[in-house]
Ligand binder design. Structure first.
Ligand code: FEO
Ligand code: CA
Ligand code: CA
Ligand code: CA
Length: 512
């Protein structure tokens, strides 16, 4: 039995073993309720829950641990996999694809029997999707680099995210290109960090100062002198790790007014060889490309003459951020996914999920030690905190969440086509693991959950009292080729012919 204790709950669980079953399996004594799944009606207006559930964030209503708003990201839809065969979407598929991506805000509650449910009479419940308008902020707003736009249509490819210090949600646009192109939308309007306020329908922003790339997540903290820091992963093979530091300081009395801090500051990229955070600014880019001895770094194929024309302002830098980051010396890494800041020591944990180009098949979790434990430091060193593989028992780490005792809760993302095959056989279906970050079991992964067939478990998020863990079940049955014989039917609702993505609430965590 693995005993774990947080500041609020403690418990024991017998780690489970990997499974191939089309079930969400939990240790003895724990249970789950399906709160919402694809196509469920979420409100009185009849809006429907989206597809591809990913990030979750819970916002108590009146401080409650049993009623609140749950924000869920919808990363992608299944419409690509249901034809037409030439790969071009029909107009109806284009519409559905935009509708079912984005985000859902739903109201959830635990009833008198201890079952978590969705309250579809909620006045807050709503969809945010590919048709919702967003205001751009920051250096690219209204510039030629985004076609002069100050507002843009929609958000999609919403992967992971984070909660701000002023209780809004940051949601990250990751693999946006396919949807943008299929929908004839300007691709420079996507690949940003989006901010929404779950309690306020009209607050919808895209913050260009945080750069445009394949955004996975945000992890927010404060520098020693009170400025806001946002760590971000760019989930692409050979892409970099970033942090943004605001110019101004956080003021708790200002509430959501602090959001302006995300419009003005400096974006940095990590160089893992020198242990330095390097500014991704127009000055830094121009310095590199103006050098007559300029040699294009790994990953940059644009000719120097074209680079000189391309980079004129900070808007150009944030819009073409992946290239700009490599130009200034950012280190290409193995697909940085989620990042979390340890609540105990300000060390920063990054899931480098995998990178088959370099034979890093099982991935690893990198831990960054900022100089002086100050998140505002511009120097750091790092270790590989845990490596995927047979010995650790997990492969391809993706989302992370800390409990209040410093245990890291890690979900895995072995791609559905690789699950239960080849070198991935021992891991079976994707799972949820608990890894202590201190003490005798430091770095040891204990399996807490196993997901249904071909799914990825995403978006682990605790209620403040840590008695409930929300978790998304993304793309169960993704490899289905015969609709009459789906590989998964999770959550196995009577009458359902295929699987649905959805969100569950896990309970069983008891007061210590
Ligand atoms: Fe959408 Fe990087 O996972
Ligand atoms: Ca992810
Ligand atoms: Ca996370
Ligand atoms: Ca992933």
């Amino acid at each position: 039995l693995f005993g774990f204790k947080t500041n609020k709950v403690s418990g024991y669980f017998e780690p489970i073993t990997p499974s191939k079953e089309d079930k969400l399996i939990l240790p003895k004594g724990y249970k789950y309720d399906v709160i919402a799944a694809l196509d469920d009606v979420i409100n009185k207006a009849g809006e429907k829950f989206g597809d591809g559930s990913d990030y979750n964030a819970y916002f108590p209503i009146n401080g409650s641990n049993s009623r609140g708003l749950l924000v869920n990201n919808h990363e992608y839809t299944g419409v690509f996999s249901i034809g037409p065969v030439d790969g071009k979407m029909t107009p109806e598929q284009v519409q559905k694809n935009l509708y079912y991506q984005g985000m859902s805000v739903i109201e959830v509650f635990r009833d008198e029997n201890g079952t978590w449910k969705m309250d579809t009479t909620s006045n807050y419940a709503r969809r945010i999707n590919g048709f919702t308008n967003f205001a751009l902020t920051g250096p690219a707003k209204g510039t030629a680099a985004v076609g002069g736009a100050s507002t843009v249509q929609g958000t999609f490819a919403n992967c992971s995210g984070g909660v701000t210090l002023w209780n809004t949600v940051l949601s990250c646009e990751e693999n946006f290109t396919e949807t943008a192109e299929a929908s004839n939308l300007n691709v420079t309007h996507y690949g940003w960090v989006v901010e929404i306020d779950p309690f306020n329908k009209s607050y919808l922003k895209k913050h260009t100062a945080l750069g445009r790339f394949n955004h996975e997540n945000t992890a927010m903290g404060l520098t020693a002198d009170g400025r806001v820091v946002v760590y971000m992963g760019d989930d692409k093979k050979d892409a970099c790790v970033y942090k943004f530091i605001s110019k101004g300081k956080f003021d708790p009395l200002k509430g959501r007014g602090n959001s302006a801090l995300l419009e003005d500051g400096t974006l940095y990229v990590a160089n893992l060889k020198s242990g330095k955070w390097l500014p991704v600014t127009i000055e830094a880019v121009q310095k590199v490309i103006n050098d007559s001895k300029f040699k294009a770094p790994f990953g940059v194929s644009t000719k120097r003459d074209d680079l000189l024309k391309k980079y004129q302002t900070q808007a150009d830098v944030v819009v073409y951020c992946q290239e700009a980051a490599l130009l200034v010396g950012g280190t290409p890494t193995d697909r940085p996914e989620d990042i979390e800041i340890s609540p105990f020591d300000n060390t920063v944990f990054i899931c480098h999920t995998n990178n088959d180009i370099h034979g890093n098949i099982h991935g690893h979790i990198t831990r960054i030690f900022e100089s002086g434990n100050d998140l505002g430091a511009l120097e750091f060193d790092f270790e590989i905190f845990a490596a995927g593989g047979r010995q650790s028992g997990f492969s391809s780490p993706d989302n992370l969440a800390f409990d209040s005792n410093g245990n890291l809760w890690v979900v895995t993302d072995i791609s559905s086509g690789s699950q239960n095959k080849g070198v991935h056989k021992p891991f079976m279906n994707n799972g949820l693991f608990v890894i202590p970050t201190s003490g005798p079991s430091q770095g040891t992964a204990l399996q807490f959950a196993s997901g249904p067939v071909e799914c990825e478990l995403t978006g682990p998020y605790f209620t403040p009292d840590e008695k409930t863990l929300f978790l998304s079940i993304q793309h169960p049955g993704e490899e289905t080729s015969d609709l009459n014989n789906p590989t998964s039917r999770w959550p196995h609702r009577p009458g359902d012919k295929k699987a649905r993505a959805g969100v569950v609430a896990i309970s069983g965590f008891k007061l210590g």
